[in-house]
Ligand binder design. Sequence first.
Ligand code: HEC
Ligand code: HEC
Ligand code: HEC
Ligand code: HEC
Length: 222
Amino acid sequence: MGRRWTALVILALMTAAFGAEGGVSQTKHNFSSPTQSPNAFFWGTRQVCVFCHAVHNADPTVGQLWNHETNQAQPYTMYTSPTMDMTMASTPHNGSLICLSCHDGTIAINSLSNLPGPEGAGNYGTPGGGALDGSGRLSSTSDAYVGTDLSNDHPVGITYDSSKDPDFVPKTGNSAAYPDKLLYQGMYVECTSCHNPHDDTYSNFLVESNDGSALCQRCHQK
Ligand code: HEC
Ligand code: HEC
Ligand code: HEC
Ligand code: HEC
């Protein structure tokens, strides 16, 4: 498929997924709304999706029509543990880098590849709210700040391989079944394994309820 067709298909998906309901607009990820996101918003902005996606001139190295500047230097400190059996990459994959592009605190939330209109790359709007510093980056005092040190976070960048550890739910090879459906590209544990950036139904943007640690047990047999 050409880029134009890919863009049209994704636009159609966007309309289907977000036509009727509030979706991401009703969450803290609506950075054009001081009501929805009082700690982190931008004055003079009207758009919601633009902070993460663009229909044209998005970043092709990331996919999903990604429009937010990513941290190319990737100086992340990964989780380490003597009891891990699976392979961990030296940096997170895109399923985490897209989140970290805001949550590591190194890049302004409004630093985009393609601004609305013909302007090209730049910063969109003027920062407001206590979770942002003066240049629009997530402040290290914010609850949402993850930073570049991931050694104290659930490991990401892992190739899920249940054959290496009986304490894990076996991989099925079926992308519609657990645990595969939680894995980025059907393979990796990344931020998007546990979080859905569009939907805050279960709070903390979780993909599903973690009552009784149900989410943990989609992968862990403990
Ligand atoms: C805060 C960032 C953020 C905002 C704002 C955002 N998205 Fe997304 N979107 C993402 C991320 C991250 C992914 C990749 C999710 C994954 O791989 O699980 C994604 C994926 C998608 C996808 C493809 C996969 C899917 O879930 O269907 C579509 C379509 C989409 N977004 C539409 C939208 C639309 C429409 C809006 C505005 C109403 C929007 N997004 C706002 C972060 C965002
Ligand atoms: C465009 C920047 C941006 C992207 C991309 C982004 N976030 Fe956020 N996120 C924020 C900001 C800013 C907040 C709100 C902070 C606040 O209100 O204090 C937030 C809030 C959150 C919260 C709620 C924290 C709380 O205090 O309630 C979670 C959880 C979260 N994001 C996870 C993710 C994950 C996981 C991804 C990737 C799938 C992602 N975000 C992508 C900027 C972003
Ligand atoms: C294995 C599942 C899992 C993975 C992977 C994961 N998270 Fe979370 N995250 C959670 C859960 C569960 C919570 C809620 C924690 C709570 O209620 O105390 C959470 C909470 C958060 C919060 C809210 C603030 C906080 O610390 O409680 C942010 C922000 C966040 N995650 C971002 C991320 C980012 C960015 C990544 C990728 C680098 C990531 N998460 C990877 C499960 C996960
Ligand atoms: C998408 C699958 C998945 C989900 C969901 C998940 N995990 Fe994990 N978790 C993993 C994988 C894979 C590892 C690395 C295992 C290894 O290499 O042996 C891991 C590692 C861990 C470790 C570190 C183990 C060590 O040896 O240091 C802990 C603790 C952990 N997870 C707790 C949790 C909790 C708590 C939850 C629920 C909030 C959760 N996990 C949800 C897949 C998942």
